[in-house]
Design a protein around this ligand. Sequence first.
Ligand SMILES: [Zn+2]
Length: 278
Amino acid sequence: MTTLTIGDVEIIALIDGAAGLLLKLGEVFPTIRPEQWEAFYRRYPRVFADTAIWHIYYNCYLVRIHDYVCLVDTGVGPGPYMGQLHGKLLDALRAHEINPEDVNTVFLTHAHSDHVGLNLNAAGRPTFPNARYVMDQGEWNFYQQPQVKMSIAPYIDRMLTPLEQCGVLDLLSGEQPLAEELSAIPTPGHSPGHMSLLIHSKGQKALIGGDVFIHPAQVTRLDWCSIFDMDEKELIATRKHLSGWLEAEEIMLAAGHFPHPGFGRIVCKGGCYYWEDV
Ligand SMILES: [Zn+2]
């Protein structure tokens, strides 16, 4: 099931790519011992290429409400990303008969390179020519610092900065409505201004949660952080809040790095949270 319907809203999962990550699990999660993963091998077989290799997915999402079309994240781009992946987002859009011109809004959960890769085309122009690009003001400010661009984010001036010069960038602060059925909500920690997108229509809700959870094991172990998480304390607090809320209200979650399409629920069994695909 690659399309989820929430009231009047359609959420389409788009696969940008999937691969066994070249970094080993022990390198991505240096504080987690190999034997701690064992409990999750059988529960989530699709995310383990083998016991030491994480099979990671790159999902983007398209949110459609009548003629309003919002793309959430633009994937890894033409690549090669981490030396191996070439993003397939445009093919995935085409498979759903959606042209880049049809997109009204590009919502960027955060500015990591696997989420902003297709913002701009080879000529440095917006890939989605009729869209406003929306992201968090604090995230933008952080990644515009020269020392950040120089050290951890050399891609920023190629994949993000030109959006401002092209006059297509809208920066948000705090919780903001994007449309009647869509709200951007701050979910910081993975990055300084990480945002999620809440969809609410006719009494139903879903959350596109960006990288709050990047591996299903983190739904049970809210404190398991990776080298990609920038503020662990803040992220764990975000996860605690989100998991309690999503479980209690039975809100669907779309998780960008979970097995495609990444739709599921957080359930509570025996006092522990688990991820369940739908
Ligand atoms: Zn990511």
